[in-house]
Ligand binder design. Structure first.
Ligand code: C5P
Length: 396
């Protein structure tokens, strides 16, 4: 990101205020930002705000002769490494898809020879309208990268897809667009997922309710950002995400073995609900007629803690903590005890294991970040973006 030049086109929607945050974020990441504000955008934020944040003049009109003398629209569209449209309104998407040139923003988008990343944000019905979807499809076919909007409660009070993704995700998409196939290209990330099954005898096991959905969603999102992903999965009924190398295991001991064999890794995300204990398994099926068996438990290895103190410790080590009580406090204790960098805490009393949504809090040495209740694949995308940003900033 350092030294990269971003041309940021800010459309007219309430999400325009987030473009101000994005400008700050990009400046902090070392990029230079030149902003173009549409007439609609100027109804929501002022040129002064963006000029102050970007420390560059803000361009608004195609007919501003001074602009044309100092920096014509062709030059402006070419002197960038990436053009970002944020928020991309329905009108801007339509202009882009049909090649209109009736405003400075539309003209720049037509004149540019650079990659374009559009971040749509609009009312859910406008987003889902056939016309908008047609425009998005057209733009994707034209080579424009479209960052799918988030789903959630919107400023207009409605619920559904259409919300601008959070800044970290936009930042990761910008990084990915600048660096080619993905922000995690060349990185190896290890993910554990699902439960473990500890045999009692040849037919019975000790198990737990983990579905593996969250871990699989994270693996998919990491692969989507270009990472090489090794997914070590306990017994789950899920399809392997595209582009992911999956290793199936049953017990905690097998999971540890597979994890160690997959090292080295740049990052590891341990979502598996590893059984804390195993039992001395009988070689023959225990007979019901013999009455309830006395099981002898012994502790399983802690895979996360083993990685925390490993000679080949991944640069970024992320653990999960499923709790029914004070999730954040428990997560903080686990962060130190297991030598992890982040613990993703989730309250399984509110969202029982196996569901499609989660409410998580990311606990790190420097604080805690509470995310709203989200679909698990959305959490996967956000977490993958955060991982891409963390690995990148460590390199800088
Ligand atoms: O201690 P607890 O099981 O609550 O910790 C949860 C975190 O530790 C998760 O990231 C889980 O994948 C990991 N863990 C592990 N091996 C164990 C137990 C937990 O890797 N035996």
């Amino acid at each position: 990101m350092h030294g990269k030049r971003i041309l940021l086109i800010v459309g007219g929607g309430i999400a325009a205020y987030k473009a101000c945050e994005l400008t700050r974020w990009l400046r902090k990441a070392g990029a230079s930002v030149r902003c173009v504000l549409t007439d609609g955008g100027a109804q929501f934020v002022t040129p002064m705000t963006l000029a102050a944040l970007s420390e560059q003049p803000v361009h608004t009109s195609l007919w501003d002769l001074k602009d044309e003398a100092e920096m014509g629209h062709i030059q402006l569209s070419r002197q960038a490494d990436l053009v970002v449209v944020c928020p991309a309104t329905a009108d801007l998407l339509s202009a882009m898809a049909t090649g209109r040139a009736d405003s400075l923003a539309a003209t720049l988008l037509l004149a540019t020879d650079k990659k374009v990343l559009a971040c749509p944000a609009m009312n859910v019905r406008m987003w889902l309208h056939a016309a908008t979807q047609r425009n998005v499809e057209r733009l994707r076919a034209d080579g424009v990268t479209i960052l799918d909007p988030d789903e959630g409660e919107m400023a207009c009070g409605e619920f559904g897809p259409g919300r601008l993704p959070e800044i970290e995700r936009i930042g990761a998409a910008i990084r990915a667009a600048l660096s080619g196939p993905g922000g995690l290209a060349g990185k190896h990330v290890l993910v554990t997922a699902g439960p473990t099954h500890e045999p009692i005898d040849p037919v019975r096991v000790l198990a737990n309710r983990s579905s593996g959905k969250q871990g699989f969603a994270i693996a998919e999102a990491l692969a989507g950002l270009g990472a090489r992903v090794t997914l070590v999965a306990g017994p789950v009924a899920l399809a392997t995400p595209r582009g992911v190398e999956r290793i199936d295991v049953e017990t905690a001991a097998q999971m540890l073995e597979a994890v160690e064999a997959a090292l080295p890794a740049d990052a590891a995300v341990m979502t598996a609900a590893v059984a804390d204990w195993r039992v001395e398994a009988a070689t023959e099926k225990l007979k019901k007629s013999a009455g309830p068996p006395a099981l002898t438990f012994s502790p399983n290895p802690d895979i996360l803690a083993t990685l925390g103190g490993h000679a080949q410790r991944p640069e970024l080590l992320v653990g999960f903590a499923a709790e029914t009580g004070d999730a954040e406090a428990e997560a903080r204790a686990k962060l130190t005890r297991k030598g992890a960098d982040w613990i993703v805490a989730n309250n399984v009393a509110a969202d029982p294991m196996g569901g499609d949504r989660n409410q998580v809090t990311i606990v790190t040495a420097s604080g805690a970040e509470r995310w709203e209740r989200l679909p698990k694949d959305e959490i996967g995308r956000r977490l993958a973006a955060r991982i891409a940003n963390a690995l990148e900033s460590d390199q800088a």
